[in-house]
Design a binder for this molecule. Sequence first.
Ligand code: NAG
Ligand code: NAG
Ligand code: NAG
Ligand code: NAG
Ligand code: NAG
Ligand code: NAG
Ligand code: NAG
Ligand code: NAG
Ligand code: NAG
Length: 691
Amino acid sequence: MELLSLWLSLSFIVLVVELQNRTRMAAAEYQGVCKMVGRIAYCQRRHLVSVPSDLPSHSVELVLDANSIKTLGYHSLHHYSHLRKLSLRNCKLECIDQNTFQGSSYIHSLALSNNFLSVNYTESGAALRSLLGLRELDLSGNSLTEDMVAEMLLNLSSLESLSLAKNVIMRLDDAVFQSLGRLQELDLQRNYIFEIESGAFDGLKWLRRLNLAFNHLPCIVNFGLTQLQVLNISYNILEWFIADSGDAAFALETLDLSHNRLLFFPFLPQQNRLHTLLLMDNEMGFYKDLYNVSSPKDMVVQFLLVSGNVTNVTTVNLWEEFALSDLSALHFLDLSQNQLRYLPDGFLRNMTSLTHLNLNQNCLQTLHIQEDDLPHSLSDLNLSQNRLSELRLAPRLPGSLSSLRHVNLSYNQLQGLPPGLFYSTSNITTIDLSHNQITLCSPSEKVSQPACVDFRNITSLRSLFLENCGLPSLEGRAFRGTPLTHLDLSGNRGVLPKDITPLRDVAPTLQVLSLRDIGLPSNGTELDFSGFGSLRYLDMSTNSLTSFPRFWGGLELHTLDLRRNQLTALPQWACSGQLKKSLRILYLSQNPYDCCWLEGWGPLHSLKTLYIVDWGAVTCNFSSNMVRVVELSEDIAQDCKWGRVNLGLLYLVLILPTCLTFLVACVVIFLAFKKPLLQVVKSRCHWSSIY
Ligand SMILES: *[C@@H]1O[C@H](CO)[C@@H](O)[C@H](O)[C@H]1NC(C)=O
Ligand SMILES: *[C@@H]1O[C@H](CO)[C@@H](O)[C@H](O)[C@H]1NC(C)=O
Ligand SMILES: *[C@@H]1O[C@H](CO)[C@@H](O)[C@H](O)[C@H]1NC(C)=O
Ligand SMILES: *[C@@H]1O[C@H](CO)[C@@H](O)[C@H](O)[C@H]1NC(C)=O
Ligand SMILES: *[C@@H]1O[C@H](CO)[C@@H](O)[C@H](O)[C@H]1NC(C)=O
Ligand SMILES: *[C@@H]1O[C@H](CO)[C@@H](O)[C@H](O)[C@H]1NC(C)=O
Ligand SMILES: *[C@@H]1O[C@H](CO)[C@@H](O)[C@H](O)[C@H]1NC(C)=O
Ligand SMILES: *[C@@H]1O[C@H](CO)[C@@H](O)[C@H](O)[C@H]1NC(C)=O
Ligand SMILES: *[C@@H]1O[C@H](CO)[C@@H](O)[C@H](O)[C@H]1NC(C)=O
């Protein structure tokens, strides 16, 4: 038995090899304009005006994109009866002869996007009808109107995927897709659709994905496509989205209503499987607090649906409709860029699977999180760019935030955080509190003062963003017990007034450190980075460094930003061979370098491993003129040399005459006084001389 199966598989392998060999042979034999890969002919951009007739006849796929094939004539595909896929994108195609596909009954995928099929849509439509096995059809970008589409799609009952994107369809009536009983995916994006007649999609029992993005739909009322899984109506002008209020079970999993003009939270199907709900960039709010009503039941909206001479009134209760829909499967909710001023009580309570909640760019002012309000599953919470001045937690909350990993509270007006917030969030890795005026709790005080934030001993925390928080000078051990890898302290002027020793607790773990615009002491030599063994990215831009920091030891920086400082000379690389080895990316511009002290530039620039990102913008100062270093001419270099040599010469020229004069004077004096002097000496000494 085993032998048999071995034999079988062996013969199978031989068969495969044989087949491959034959294909390769055929491909090798073919010597035309196209490129054969296996049984696929690639003929893009070959200036063809018709389908080449010399391709191997067993080709299964022809890619003819970006040629100039205006018509697909009767005999075009005569030789290729095995064809399964045909692609004629961007071919200026105007007409397909109705008999073209008669010998190509295997074609299941046809890409005809960006052509001019509207010119002769009747004939081309008839051609499509002869493809009984066609499953995929792309007619996007053909200037087709709804009437043309209706005619071209007649009887294409085998289609499973259809793209009509980028055409000029304005209305969809109930007949246009009537015959597409097997359609699963329909792309109608980038048309001018402003009206969809009820029943337009009724025949599409298997439709799973519908894309209506970039159209002009003003509202969706009585949405009843229970079979849909993905619905995309982003970039329209929707003010309302109202699903059928019945009990029907919807298969809807992803709903994209972003970039519309929704005023209210959409009225979702009561029974759905919504997993992703995208409502970004609308005008949504909750309005309960605007009305002084005893019960939210009074908040109703009535819709008049006029159809012919029949007028239907639909009454929608703004609060209950929302409350009724089951959102227990929802994972991802994006409510960013809306007008939310508050979240109604219990808004999130039923979203028991929610992991991502984005409330970025709303108008939230206070957030009182009650017990069990936040789903236990929540891992990613973005509350940035609101007007939050207060964040309050119900006392028994701790524990319920155990899944929380990323919290973004940047650009708010917070002054503190609820004490102990981060002790219960045992999995938190990222906190962004940038652009809030906070203070860090003083290590000396045992009980933390209410308006301070304590980042000590949060063992899971890795990334902390505290840009522009108005932080005062950092005290000794603000991050003790918190193994940060990313720390951003930018914009807190004076946070490290003397040196960087307050960071010593996190020095061994830090990989990314941003110290932009914090008023670092100007003598960079005093900044000692020797303990920062893991540091790879360091931003020290916008300080007043006049000298380069000490980068010796095991520092293996990868990226260094020194822009906007007061450096006059290039970094002294000699002091750190390690840095020279590890550094890959360097920013140096906007420093007042002295053109005459740029000796380091050549070697720096010739380092193969180093990329100076802004090297074209590095300027230096030459006799009060700013010169771009890349354009530094020989003349200036010469001038600099002369400047230095001249100085020596000048001294020489100044000193030489003085010395000469002095020497001459000495000689003259000596000569003039020689005789008397000798006499004086003689008289003093009373030597008996030989003269
Ligand atoms: C493929 O065909 C060539 C030419 O007929 C032949 O020489 C070669 O042995 C074949 N290779 C295999 C793997 O069959
Ligand atoms: C579509 O199919 C129906 C039924 O098979 C047939 O009667 C009709 O003529 C076809 N329409 C076209 C335009 O081929
Ligand atoms: C909806 O369509 C737009 C436009 O094509 C696209 O950018 C967006 O990603 C789509 N949404 C989803 C959920 O796929
Ligand atoms: C709103 O209702 C409260 C009590 O229900 C009442 O005290 C207050 O005067 C009302 N305000 C307005 C503007 O009607
Ligand atoms: C509505 O119009 C139809 C025909 O257009 C007519 O038969 C019917 O009586 C009308 N109904 C009303 C309520 O006017
Ligand atoms: C109006 O309501 C009736 C009964 O609920 C319903 O059968 C009919 O389809 C509705 N008409 C429109 C235009 O919604
Ligand atoms: C937090 O949100 C702000 C504004 O939306 C954004 O710029 C920042 O990158 C976010 N922070 C993190 C850590 O993703
Ligand atoms: C900078 O600091 C170092 C070490 O403290 C010192 O040796 C050096 O003289 C200082 N340089 C200037 C310009 O103050
Ligand atoms: C350029 O150098 C001169 C002296 O050489 C100095 O007065 C001037 O301030 C410098 N300019 C800049 C922008 O640093």
